[in-house]
Every structure is written in C-alpha cells, then in structure tokens.
Design a protein. Structure first.
Length: 66
C-alpha cells in the first residue's frame, strides 16, 4: 500500500485497513478485499461487503449509492 496517497477506510495505524462499509479491520492486506477509488480516494471493502454489493461495484457506482 502506498502510505502517501489519501485513503478512506484506514485506521490511525497506517498498516491497518478498515472496511469502508461495515468497519471490520485487518492488519494485513487480504486478497479477497476490494479497493475502489472514488473521487481520488481509496475505499476498501471486506469480502462480505464486496460480495453483497458486487453488481454495484462492477457497475462503477460510488459506494454512497449502495
């Protein structure tokens, strides 16, 4: 992860990633998590949230829509 870029869904500890939808956190990058760039900001979504909203993600809808 690039620590210099702005990221939404991150905890104060830069190595911890937080799901922007449900708030679950992970101390390491998970290959099943999804990263979405919306308005120049990265949003991370856990595998459960990504699976539940896969059509909206593939349709490139901002997370505020779903």
């Amino acid at each position: 992860m690039d620590k210099k870029s702005p990221r939404s869904g991150t905890a104060p500890d830069a190595d911890t990633v937080v799901c922007s939808r449900c708030g679950i956190s992970s101390e390491e990058q998970r290959p099943t998590w999804t990263c979405s760039v919306e308005n120049g900001t990265r949003h991370y979504f856990c595998d459960a949230c990504a699976r539940a909203n896969i059509r909206a993600i593939e349709g490139r809808l901002d997370s505020s829509w779903w």
